[in-house]
Ligand binder design. Sequence first.
Ligand code: TRP
Length: 452
Amino acid sequence: MTEQRFVHAQWSSRLAFILAASGSAIGLGNIWKFPYLAGDNGGGAFVLVYLLSVVAIGIPIMIAETLLGRRGRQSPINTMRTLAEEAKASSFWSYVGWLGVIAGFMILSYYSVIAGWAMAYFFKINSALFEHIDAAGSTKLFEAFKSSPEFLGIWHTLFLSLTMFVVRKGVSGGLERLTRLMMPALLVMLVMLDFYAMGSGGFSQGMAFLFSPDFSKLTGEGVLVALGQAFFSLGLGMGSIMVYGSYLPSDVSIAKSSLFVIAADTLVALLAGIAIFPLVFANGLSPSMGPGLIFETLPIAFGQMQGGWFIGMLFFALIFFAAITSAVALIEPAVAFLSENKGMDREKACLVSGAGCWLLGLGTVFSFNIWADLKWMDKTIYEWVDTLTAEIMLPVGGVLIAIFAGWVMSKADSEAELKLQDPRHYQWWLILVRYVAPICVLLVFLDALGVI
Ligand code: TRP
């Protein structure tokens, strides 16, 4: 797809947009991050806050972000600038685009490291070491893997190079076709693992952990982590969806497509949680193992299943594909900016942003080994990059997008762009985007700071 300033090429159909947007939404956030954050933050209450955030904040902001993208039809920074001019508002709004470019870049730096783990496990899982492996063995193998900066570094380099190669070729094409196959396959695979988990002996304990809320286990920061995870998992607040929205033909319903993507994303996260926690309890593991959770629990299941090495390979391959379609979305705003505003060709823009991500990613690589004790306020470099982006930049970016779409843009414009058949639906969206989303995010921030 060619990049041009005002006459952008468009998606072939509504399906193409849905596929690209769900490709961006469904990724490591659903399969790796959601279970580990739920485990770290006490389970049920965290999951409930996450689900409420998706509905009350995720839905209106996803619609708002797509709408701004379609109206602006450029990269996020230029879209925000153009729309602000159109609404006779301050040029300050282009900083929303900036915030997104930087957040996406920072997220990709560690995303690539974790996706590298999935690639490594794709090759490791069929080794005899994993046959009939128990919890202690699986934990030991993961620890050994994690402690090697060389291994982690090599896989990080490989994943990032592949991502930048795909980005260099533009947003549509092969990846779109791949997503069409990959997503149903991932869904089938997760459902299979869910059935396996049902027979594992830890099912009722796992389900109780995930779905019966115990608010005494949820801290103020935990609430913020759940909110941040809603933004992260849906891929909101940094202009990814804005970029995809900019390719959306004007007769496609933004609301319906957004709802579909949100439903699919949430379903995948829950299915992943349902597969993992029964295994955690059946094998006497702790739910709060941190980022290694799925890499320590799932191999036990694969090691015990008939033909598990093959199923394991398939599963890690699918995670890899899910990750790369998200990675592409994370870096696209930065690449689009460098090529639209800095006069770089796409090739050079990819090289520059890829090199930066790689370098910053080394901070994450070392956070799991040689710099594991290098902490500031009890957080490693990886934890800082994650906290700054998921808990601060995405929610702030998202709220600014909501305020812009709800308050700054004229109602006539947003209504015309959304084209909802039932005028009441537009009113609901307006209330959510104007009041509910910004106020909820503000309350969560105040709660995490201990003010309320
Ligand atoms: N949503 C993706 C995941 O769950 C990651 C991602 C893609 C993302 N684009 C984003 C996260 C934009 C935040 C913002 O893995």
